[in-house]
Design a protein around this ligand. Structure first.
Ligand SMILES: CCC1=C(C)/C(=C/C2=NC(=C\c3[nH]c(/C=C4\NC(=O)[C@H](C)[C@H]4CC)c(C)c3CCC(=O)O)/C(CCC(=O)O)=C2C)NC1=O
Length: 186
C-alpha cells in the first residue's frame, strides 16, 4: 500500500533518480491542502451509512427484480452482503482519498472482485449503478452542497468552510477512485 509520499519514492527509485523538484512541489501541495483533504474524507466517512443505504435502495428501486426470488439481493442474507459490499467499497475509496493514492483500493478491495462477482452471480451492472450513486453523493458531500430535492428530511450539511472552488480538485480525485471501481468491475 502506497501513499502520495511513498509513491514518489517508488517512482524515483524505479528510474534510479533523486526526487525531482516537480515531485517535491507536488508533495508540498499535498501538505498545504492537507486540511481540505481531511475535510473531504470526513465528509464521506461521517455520512457513509446513509450514503450506502441510499445508494443500494436507489439501485433496487430502479431494478426491483433484485429483491425478488432469483435476484441477487434476495433473500436477506444476500441483501446484507450487498449492503456490506457497498460499505466496503466506500470505505476503501475514503482510504485512497486520505492517502492520495489508489493502491490501497486496488490491492485490498478491487483485486479479484470482478472474478468473485462472476463466480457468485453478483450482477456488476447493478453494483456499478450503486457505485455511481455513491460517486454523486460523495461529490455533493465534499462540496457541501447536498440537494434538498434529493435528501429531503435527511439533508445534512457539514458546515465546513468551503473554499471558492468548492474543493473541485478533491471532488475530481474522489470521482477518479469511484471510476476506478467501475472500471475494475466492467
Ligand atoms: C475487503 C474486500 C472485500 C470485498 C470487496 C468483498 C466482496 C465480496 N462480496 C461477496 C458476496 C456478495 N456480494 C453481493 C453484492 C451485491 N449483490 C447485488 O445484487 C448487488 C448488485 C450487490 C451490492 C451492491 C452479494 C449479494 C453477495 C453474496 C452472494 C451469494 O452468496 O450468493 C463475497 C463472497 C463471500 C461473502 O459472501 O462474504 C465477497 C468476497 N469481500 C471482501 O473481503
Amino acid at each position: 500500500m502506497l501513499d502520495a509520499f511513498s509513491r514518489s519514492v517508488v517512482s524515483a527509485d524505479a528510474s534510479t533518480s533523486a526526487l525531482s523538484g516537480a515531485d517535491i512541489n507536488t508533495l508540498k501541495g499535498f501538505v498545504a491542502e492537507g486540511n481540505r483533504r481531511l475535510d473531504a474524507v470526513n465528509a464521506i466517512a461521517s455520512n457513509a451509512s446513509c450514503m450506502v443505504s441510499d445508494a443500494v435502495a436507489g439501485m433496487i428501486c430502479e431494478n426491483q427484480g433484485l429483491i425478488q426470488a432469483g435476484g441477487n439481493c434476495y433473500p436477506n442474507r444476500r441483501m446484507a452482503a450487498c449492503l456490506r459490499d457497498a460499505e466496503i467499497i466506500l470505505r476503501y475509496v475514503t482510504y485512497a482519498l486520505l492517502a492520495g493514492d489508489a493502491s490501497v483500493l486496488d490491492d485490498r478491495c478491487l483485486n479479484g472482485l470482478k472474478e468473485t462477482y462472476a463466480a457468485l452471480g453478483v450482477p456488476t451492472t447493478s453494483t456499478v449503478r450503486a457505485v455511481q450513486i455513491m460517486k454523486a453523493q460523495a461529490a455533493a458531500h465534499i462540496k457541501d452542497t447536498p440537494s434538498e430535492a434529493f435528501a429531503g428530511a435527511k439533508l445534512r450539511k457539514m458546515g465546513a468552510i468551503v473554499t471558492e472552488d468548492r474543493c473541485a480538485s478533491l471532488v475530481a480525485e474522489a470521482s477518479s477512485y469511484f471510476d476506478r471501481v467501475i472500471a475494475a468491475l466492467s
